[in-house]
Write a protein that binds this ligand. Structure first.
Ligand SMILES: *Cc1c(COP(=O)(O)O)cnc(C)c1O
Length: 458
């Protein structure tokens, strides 16, 4: 008999989960203004809201916590993290920040001004938020294939080089302070960017003299996909692939809450000293002194260890294998999901799932609410609520895709939990014809509204 796949780790500590009834959940979600972010975690059975900061740290990471050096300046923890970042990414200079968006805030403060144009591949919501907050514009240059959820393209996160070059041709160099390549591309479904594409983006960028920065939250998952899917990389290690990926960038922002498997943390990596110097001023202003920038020494230690663990093949195989396990269950039942499966999440195509709900009534959000009521499973809307209003016209932006994202925390749930999630979705699918009405907004913030929005049933 062929030996089956098994997880590359065992469990040392557990946390209890609380069950609830459909009746309770119906009441709770109404009290939460039909916003899944407003639910307290004890009201959720399986939490797939995000894979950000929700991972389980290893015994080695917890041991590193005890070795943290909390000196204000020059802590050994800083140097440990610096060495890990240099070894894994190749970047000589780095600034610690408290999370990914803080890295964006610091970097963009030194680079972006009003009226600037920032091309990239489906910028992440906080990235876009930080760009638009500065009255600059994010221009999406993702390949068109990304918007066809049924198409099985190996690198749907890729940048369309023609679209990119068009932007670089149209605007003067002074208006384009950087190009942002997101690996993997979260907003397009956790889809990877190929090495070839990264190489080509750098070539085009060099031609126009524009720096390239990677939004790197899931860089290791991206590298794993390159190893599996791109010719010439089958025999390279994940770490070798990571090093090559970053060799085509001038710097990176990192949300360590993702692929570095810590609960909080971030950093910026730089190739050039001038970029580091320019950003340092803002790091001190917003985050903290250069050698801790919003992180405790112990957290920097755990992060350094997490960078090594997060780039191990066996771990990535277990992690991405679990996402695919859930994906296959849904596929086998005919649930409309995005293909290929993402690295960190399964994205349910809500427009196809709920064809009777009008786009003005927030289709993916409606599906998210139904799934919560069905099984206490919490996903997140990647649709019209997240897309927010156009900053110029104030009108709702209706994205091509209305997705319900089911993000799988790292090393947290078992495949029995995935079976439970699949069954909950299947139950909603079986009664989808009866779901006709969505929701309307009764309260919303001027920016990043999805976190705090309040809704009412139409
Ligand atoms: C999570 C994330 C961010 C923001 O990081 P935080 O740690 O949540 O502030 C930026 N970009 C991408 C692609 C992300 O996934």
């Amino acid at each position: 008999m062929e030996l089956p796949f098994a997880e590359s780790y065992k469990i040392k500590m557990v946390e209890s989960l609380k069950r609830s009834t459909r009746q309770e959940r119906t009441k709770w979600i109404k009290e939460a203004g039909f916003n899944l972010f407003n639910l307290s975690s004890d009201k959720v059975f399986i939490d797939l809201l995000t894979d950000s900061g929700t991972g389980a740290m290893s015994d080695k990471q917890w041991s590193e916590m005890m070795l943290g050096d909390e000196s204000y300046a020059g802590a050994s923890s800083f140097f440990k993290l610096k060495a890990a970042i240099k070894e894994i990414t190749g970047f000589e200079y780095f600034l610690p920040t408290h999370q990914g968006r803080a890295a964006e805030n610091v970097l963009f403060s030194s680079k972006i001004k009003e009226g600037d144009i920032i091309p990239g591949n489906s910028h992440f919501d906080t990235t876009k938020g930080h760009i638009e907050f500065r009255k600059a514009h994010a221009v999406d240059c993702t390949i068109d294939e990304a918007f066809n959820t049924t198409l099985d393209h190996p690198f749907k996160g890729n940048v369309d080089l023609n679209k990119l070059e068009e932007v670089l041709k149209t605007y003067p160099k002074e208006k384009i302070p950087l190009i942002i390549v997101t690996v993997t591309c979260n907003s397009s479904g956790g889809q990877p960017v190929s090495m070839e594409n990264m190489r080509d983006v750098k070539k085009v960028a060099d031609k126009y003299g524009i720096p390239v920065f990677y939004d790197s939250a899931r860089f290791a998952e991206n590298a794993y996909f390159i190893k599996l899917r791109e010719k010439g990389y089958e025999d390279k290690t994940v770490r070798e692939i990571v090093r090559e990926m970053f060799s085509y960038a001038d710097g990176m922002t990192m949300s360590s809450k993702k692929d570095a498997i810590v609960n909080m943390g971030g950093f910026i990596g730089f190739r050039h000293e001038e970029d580091y110097d320019a950003a340092s001023v803002f790091n001190i202003l917003f985050e903290g002194y250069l050698s801790y920038g919003g992180m405790s020494g112990r957290d920097m230690n755990a992060l350094a260890q997490g960078l090594y663990e997060g780039t191990e093949f066996d771990y990535l195989e277990t992690r991405i294998g679990q996402v695919a396990y859930l994906g296959k269950k849904l596929k086998d039942y005919g649930i409309p999901i995005q293909y290929p499966y993402g690295g960190h999440a399964i994205f349910v195509d809500a427009k196809k799932f709920l064809p009777n709900v009008a786009k003005e009534e927030y289709i993916a959000q409606t599906l998210g609410i139904e799934l919560y009521i069905e099984g206490g499973v919490r996903g997140v809307e990647i649709g019209t609520l997240l897309a927010d209003r156009d900053p110029d016209t104030g009108e709702n932006r209706y994205p091509d895709l209305e997705l319900l994202r089911l993000a799988i925390p790292r090393r947290v749930y078992t495949n029995n939990h995935m079976d439970y999630v699949a069954a909950s979705i299947i139950n909603v699918f079986d009664r989808r014809d009866k779901i006709k009405n969505g929701y309307k907004i009764v309260k919303e913030a001027p920016i990043l509204r999805h976190f705090t929005v309040k809704l009412e049933k139409v």
